[in-house]
Design a protein around this ligand. Structure first.
Ligand SMILES: [Zn+2]
Ligand SMILES: [Zn+2]
Ligand SMILES: [Zn+2]
Length: 747
């Protein structure tokens, strides 16, 4: 017998299946999905591989065929379904199968860690029955027969548990008499548990929620179309999810709930844990490998039926998946930044097609792509428009034109309206959130005399000033330098800090309101496993009056005492140079505004902007959701942008600028040969250098998705090798709403 093996080394040269002979003694253990160790290359080096097939014969000459060396695990690390998914990802995201498989198999399994620990267990011994009879009628020592009976009833239990209810002495006597037997048992080491900080009220669905659940239930045999729940913040989407999961569990199936990493707070996950108890488990990247592996293993062993986690939780090895729920489906973090650059929303849809599970997506601000697919009928559209907490109402949103403030001589980062509202909120002992989508102190540091801007030497970006340690930091590569005393260009002493970041806002708040208690939450203050939850906890329990933060604070946390939200600069996300900048801005403002007035108290939101005429900002302030999507889709159509038009981005990067541009040009030339292909570029990326790598992009558009995918694949496969030889990397990404039809995995 022969095994078809994919090697763990991810290199384009060896991204194919290798045949290995299965030695007699390993025959029963080598199956699809097993990890194996195999000899590879010259010498005696042993490499890890994954079995993707088993067959009777091979075309490889027998003298060349090598044996599988050994099999490290007693269980497969992926199923045949997951293998199909990996093959689909390989095609769709232009990655090696090896990388795709490594994305699917549990992280950390490569490390030689013992995921199991040895625990002392107790079971009944040979003389158990005799001893029961002996002690049953012994008035003084009848307790002993109770102990044996308990163990008998349980079969086996941890010794520590038994010791909690019985004396050491009793147990040791019974051991000596061979009534009890203590033995070592390997169990999965501790799994993650949540600390629950908020009680959830018993839930009775309102009319809107009932309708969605009915619709979803009625199509129980036809859940092939994804379902979108477009629900305003606070409309009780989570309760709908929970009801769906209850249904799925009743059908004997399992559920996966994807939540953006940043929203995986104890508050969020606690609601699931409370409802499903030890049937549910949480996984996230702040957990160690062992904890994450345990969650994965419990899913494989059928110990749990619900997993809540970030995008990687999609690959949980459930054997009868019933539903995948994606909360905040619009979130950028669902797209992986490393190869394979998979989009978890799209990949979830493929997984649901492969397994027959249902896909449910929820958000207050759908991605334009998903919304567009609803208009095409590819996705079922449902809506929740009522706030679920009785008495709570939509916050009042007000826009302030910061140019007017300047004209009126107000140079502060607070408009007069925000200042007044903040002051009265403090007086009324209510809490405030101030949002600025930029960490650090200032955006850029520049010389007042000659205009020189301090830039990172490795990236084409300006340094951000961090007041806490007096350093200039590049947010792309982490390069840190001391703040200069004089201008490096002209020697002038007049150095100015422009723009505003979280640290500056925090400092200004302290200056203006010296008695206010302020917390700041951004990448710089959140660290460690619980750093994030700690800050939120402190704010929730009233430890601070004001929380200043980046989009981390925009997520679904319910703070009952927050009645004011200030958006310091609504326009920051507008100027990123990307086609979806308006979409991001609309989503951010809407999400942040949703933080105000989550409970009985009335909420107020103040949006400060220098671009009060921007349609995305106006739509967000007015709550004109449908109008925004209608206009944005019309705009994308007119510009041939995704999702309306199939589009591909070819990113070409290299340390050597000349090589990079030459390779980019030859790729661009190659693309132009395809009929009906609209080729833009190569042009420098918006940030043209990161970590010493020069970055170029080619944008491809076509009315024909098939031709586009073909072209990208052909050019990529033809050139990636030659490019790599001159230190240039080509990284294609393709977008189309028809991806499910376009990319078929080999089945
Ligand atoms: Zn920073
Ligand atoms: Zn200067
Ligand atoms: Zn840098």
């Amino acid at each position: 017998m022969y095994a078809q093996v994919i090697l763990s080394i991810s290199h384009t040269d060896i991204d194919r299946v290798f045949d290995y002979a299965i030695p007699e003694e390993l025959l029963s253990r080598v199956k699809i999905g097993m990890r194996v160790r195999v000899p590879f290359g010259k010498g005696k080096s042993i490499t890890e591989g994954y079995v993707v097939g088993v067959k009777d014969s091979t075309d490889v000459p027998l003298e060349k065929i090598k044996n599988i060396a050994y099999v490290p695990d007693g269980f497969p690390v992926f199923s045949e379904t997951m293998l199909k998914l990996a093959m689909w990802m390989q095609e769709r995201y232009f990655a090696t199968l090896s990388k795709c498989l490594q994305t699917i198999i549990p992280s950390g399994i490569k490390d030689k860690t013992d995921y199991y620990k040895t625990v002392k267990y107790v079971r009944t011994g040979d003389n158990a029955l005799e001893c029961i009879l002996k002690y049953e009628n012994d008035k003084r020592r009848s307790k002993r027969s109770d102990v044996i009976n308990l163990v008998l009833a349980r079969g086996e239990l941890p010794l520590a548990e038994l010791k909690k209810i019985n004396s050491e002495y009793t147990i040791s006597v019974l051991r000596d008499e061979k009534a009890l037997d203590v033995f070592d048992k390997k169990v999965l080491a501790d799994t993650y548990t949540c600390s629950i900080i908020e009680e959830t009220k018993p839930f009775e669905p309102n009319a809107e929620q009932k309708n969605i659940l009915e619709e979803w239930k009625n199509e129980i045999n036809d859940r092939s179309r994804p379902l979108l729940i477009h629900g305003i913040t606070g409309s009780g989407k989570t309760e709908v999810y929970i009801r769906m999961i209850e249904q799925i569990i009743a059908e004997g199936k399992q559920a996966i709930v994807l939540v953006p990493e940043i929203s995986l707070t104890p508050m969020m996950t606690g609601r699931f844990i409370k409802r499903f108890g030890n049937k549910a488990a949480v996984t996230h990247s702040r957990m160690n490998y062992r904890e994450r592996f345990n969650c994965w293993k419990r899913a494989q062993d059928g110990d749990i039926s619900v997993v809540i986690g970030p995008r990687s939780a999609l690959f949980m090895p459930f054997d009868n998946l019933g539903v995948v729920i994606i909360d905040e489906e619009h979130e950028k973090s669902y797209v992986s930044e490393t190869s394979p650059a998979y989009d978890a929303v799209e990949t979830a849809e493929k997984l649901c097609i492969l397994t027959g599970a249902s896909l449910v997506m929820g958000t207050a601000t759908p991605s334009v792509r998903t919304y567009y697919r609803c208009t095409l009928g590819d996705v079922r559209y449902t809506r929740l428009e009522k706030r679920a907490v009785e008495g709570s109402s939509k916050p009042e949103i007000e826009m302030v034109d910061m140019r007017d403030e300047l004209r009126n001589g107000n140079r502060s980062i607070f408009s007069r309206k925000l200042y007044t509202a903040l002051a009265s909120n403090l007086q009324n002992k209510k809490q405030t959130m101030l949002f600025i989508n930029r960490r650090g102190y200032s955006t850029f540091v520049s010389c007042r005399s000659c205009g020189y801007v301090m830039k990172c030497s490795h990236c084409d970006v300006s340094y951000k000033y961090h007041a806490s340690n007096g350093k200039l930091i590049c947010h792309y590569c982490g390069e840190t330098v001391d703040k200069p005393d004089v201008c490096p260009a002209c020697g002038s002493k007049y150095i100015r800090y422009f723009g505003t970041g979280t640290q500056k806002v925090e400092e200004e708040v302290r200056k203006c309101f010296p008695n206010a208690r302020v917390l700041r939450m951004d990448m710089d203050t959140v660290s460690g496993k619980n750093g994030y939850a700690d800050i939120l906890n402190r704010f929730a329990t009233g430890d601070a009056d004001i929380l200043v933060g980046t989009q981390m604070i925009a997520k679904g946390h319910d703070f009952k005492n927050v009645t004011l939200v200030g958006i310091m600069a609504a326009d920051i996300s507008l100027n990123t140079g990307e086609y979806n900048a308006a979409e991001r801005t609309f989503q951010l403002i809407t999400q942040v505004a949703g933080r105000a007035g989550r409970a009985e108290a009335e909420g107020k939101v103040i949006v400060q902007t220098y671009e009060p005429d921007n349609p995305a900002i106006i739509a967000a302030v007015k709550g004109d959701v449908d109008g925004f999507y209608r206009r944005e889709i019309a705009f994308r159509k007119s510009m041939d942008y995704p999702p309306c038009e199939a589009c591909a981005y070819i990113e070409i990067t290299g340390i050597d600028e000349k090589n990079a541009i030459e390779c980019a040009e030859s790729a661009g030339y190659e693309f132009k040969k395809y009929e009906g292909m609209n080729v833009l570029g190569p042009v420098a990326e918006y940030i043209s250098k990161i970590k010493d790598e020069y970055r170029y992009k080619i944008i491809l558009r076509s009315k024909n998705d098939c031709i586009l995918m073909e072209a990208v694949k052909e050019v990529y496969e033809k050139y990636r090798h030659d490019f790599e030889n001159c230190g240039v990397y080509i990284n294609p990404k393709a977008e189309s709403v028809n991806m499910m039809q376009l990319v078929e995995s080999d089945e």
